[in-house]
Design a protein around this ligand. Structure first.
Ligand code: ADP
Length: 170
């Protein structure tokens, strides 16, 4: 529920699937906002491995497991269309993005700049995951698992099961 003066952050992404890197950013985010809205993007451009519902369920499950580490309220919602429209509707004060290597920077820099023009009152905040989580990406998790590699240190047990079912690997 929205309350006046509450700091609201939106953390958008495809979460296909959620990784320990995402979870690291989520935990950090809950230390700086009162309400964190995790926005799972329908994303027309990227063809997702998991359905929107599967992605949401996995996020909810991981959040439940990490409950003791989370300091703010959390909502998990799906959204379609322009991120800044979604953020404005959610009454967000900030968009939270994770930064990994230098490779993320150029894209994120441009996006933050354009988004600031669309919604000048919504700041984009960049967070870094801990060293051990920084290099994790959903894309490589999918790729490694599809080739029967071990991704157990990159995702939760639940996500690992879902990946193994998807790829019919053990
Ligand atoms: P990916 O880029 O892995 O497909 P998403 O589109 O779901 O993941 O990313 C959502 C947000 O989470 C982005 O801001 C992305 O940079 C960030 N993120 C993903 N993995 C990490 C990580 N290991 N460390 C920091 N930020 C991350």
């Amino acid at each position: 529920m929205y309350m006046k003066n509450e700091k609201i952050g939106v953390y958008p992404g495809s979460f296909d699937p959620i990784t320990n890197g995402h979870m690291d950013i989520i935990i950090r985010s809950t230390h700086i906002v009162d309400l964190l809205v995790i926005g799972i993007a329908v994303n027309a451009e990227k063809k997702a491995l998991f359905t929107l519902e599967e992605r949401s369920d996995m996020v909810r499950n991981d959040i439940k497991k990490a409950k003791s580490l989370l300091k703010s309220k959390i909502e998990v919602v799906t959204f379609e269309g322009l991120l800044m429209n979604f953020a404005a509707e959610a009454k967000a004060n900030m968009i939270i993005r994770g930064l990994r290597a230098v490779s993320d920077f150029d894209y994120e820099f441009q996006m933050a700049g354009m988004n600031a023009r669309l919604e000048p009152d919504i700041e984009t905040i960049f967070l870094m995951a801990s060293e051990s989580h920084q290099f994790i990406s959903s894309r490589f998790v999918r790729e490694i698992c599809s080739l029967n590699g071990n991704v157990s240190s990159f995702v939760s047990k639940n996500v690992l099961n879902k990946l193994q079912n998807k790829f019919k690997v053990a």
